[in-house]
Design a protein around this ligand. Structure first.
Ligand SMILES: Nc1ncnc2c1ncn2[C@@H]1O[C@H](COP(=O)(O)OP(=O)(O)OP(=O)(O)O)[C@@H](O)[C@H]1O
Ligand SMILES: [Mg+2]
Length: 396
């Protein structure tokens, strides 16, 4: 791994675009050095509907994050929502390349590359390849084969594909913002990296990300995702309900909702009325999840329970309703401790963007791909001159 690699994670959310820039050291430990955010109205239910609006918000978020970090990051790893996404099992194999038969990161990358060679219909595109287990000389169940000795390396993987139109609109928005996409990660898989431990994903856990207009779910067992789900309802719908129920503008309803998460209005009747509205929508979201995840829950595959993420999950009553309806222990997932720039509240960071940087830092494939293109890498990350030019332009 190269020294102090820079990784930028981009979360294209329904309510906000968030970028996080991380510096990774040789041990794979990360420090967040830049954060940028911008509200965005260019998505509907998680899908981009206004490319220019999204591009402009990405450019603003990027400018803020790169300024704070002091690096000119022009390539980003982007989160993809679980919308029209499919999953296929695949198998890859490679002969190890080292003289001493020690398996290198390059061998692992080659096995995964082999697993990603499969026929994909023309309207679909591969988003990412998630390894399930590695097999070294016929011995399976291996999670991290790097450094082991073997001649033949195989991998059983899940290949995640998405709809071309959705992915192309995403690429176009990023490009119009003057950036390029270096890799893609499913949003809930990224969030899981930010909040779940390896033990939890191995024993079995469910993660629910309540966003603005969508709620995404992933269930993990034995370290790999076993179910993905997206429900087209989120925090914005709760705010809308409050606005309609109380006959007030959306912005005021949003303020009231957020206040209710931290104690309410100090008017018992009003607080109860608001809580009833919130509960009705939360119940809808959680009941939808309940009916779709029955099999996974009833077969006891998620003993660690359900972890909530996404700012939508700050709505009061979420955990109570979840543990009642899903019949599982429920908690708000807390991001793993991480160093952030002064003045930044870790809770406010996008767990998607944060999780992307963790995911990439722990996956030598991405950094290997960079090392094979040193000039592009240097151009993309350390174009300080460009950064100063831009800075001066803004200044005058
Ligand atoms: N303190 C709070 N209490 C309740 N809800 C909150 C609070 N803060 C933010 N929200 C809600 O969180 C929602 C946005 O969540 P988040 O930022 O995770 O979404 P997003 O990533 O932009 O959207 P999506 O994931 O749907 O694409 C909004 O509906 C907002 O009202
Ligand atoms: Mg989100």
């Amino acid at each position: 791994m190269s020294h102090n690699s820079i990784i930028a994670g981009l979360d294209i959310g329904t309510t906000r675009i968030s970028q996080v820039i991380a510096r990774v050291n040789d041990e794979g430990e990360i420090d967040i050095i830049g954060v940028g955010e911008e509200p965005c109205q260019g998505l509907r239910r998680g899908v981009i509907v206004d490319i220019d609006e999204v591009a402009s918000a990405i450019a603003t978020a990027n400018k803020r994050a790169t300024r704070m970090a002091g690096v000119n990051t022009r390539s980003v790893f982007v989160g993809v929502p679980v919308i029209r996404v499919s999953c296929a099992a695949s198998h890859g194999m490679t002969a190890t390349s080292g003289d001493d038969w020690r398996i290198t990161a390059l061998d692992v990358k080659q096995a995964l590359d082999a697993a990603s060679v499969l026929a994909v219909p023309p309207d679909r595109e591969i988003i990412s390849v998630l390894p399930q287990e590695y097999i070294v000389d016929g011995l399976g169940g291996i999670q991290d084969p790097e450094g082991m000795t073997g001649i033949r390396l195989e991998v059983n993987a899940r290949v995640i594909t998405g709809q071309v139109t959705i992915l192309e609109n995403m690429a176009e928005s990023v490009e119009r913002a003057g950036l390029s996409i270096e890799g893609r990660i499913l949003e809930p898989v990224a969030v899981a990296q930010a909040i779940l431990t390896d033990e939890q994903t191995h024993r079995g856990a469910m993660l629910v990300d309540i966003g603005g207009q969508i709620t995404q779910v992933v269930a993990f067992y034995e370290g790999t995702p076993i179910q993905f789900l997206c429900v087209p309802v989120g925090g914005v719908h709760i705010t809308n309900d409050i606005a309609i129920g109380m006959k007030i503008p959306f912005e005021e309803a949003e303020r009231i909702k957020q206040r209710s998460a931290s104690g309410g209005e100090n008017d018992k009747d009003k607080d109860e009325f608001i809580q009833d509205i919130i509960d009705a929508r939360l119940r809808e979201i959680i009941e939808l999840i309940e009916s779709e995840t029955r099999e996974v829950r009833n077969t006891g595959l998620v003993p660690c329970g359900v972890f909530f993420a996404g700012a939508g999950s700050f709505a009061p009553g979420t955990l109570e309703l979840a543990s009642e309806i899903l019949d599982l222990p429920a908690q708000i997932g807390k991001s793993h401790p991480i160093s952030v720039p002064k003045g930044i509240e870790p809770r406010s960071l996008s767990q998607v963007a944060l999780g992307i940087t963790r995911h990439v830092a722990g996956d030598s494939r991405f950094l290997l791909a960079r090392e094979s293109q040193p000039s592009a890498f240097k151009r993309a990350l350390f174009n300080l001159r460009g950064w100063f030019d831009e800075f001066l332009k803004d200044f005058f």
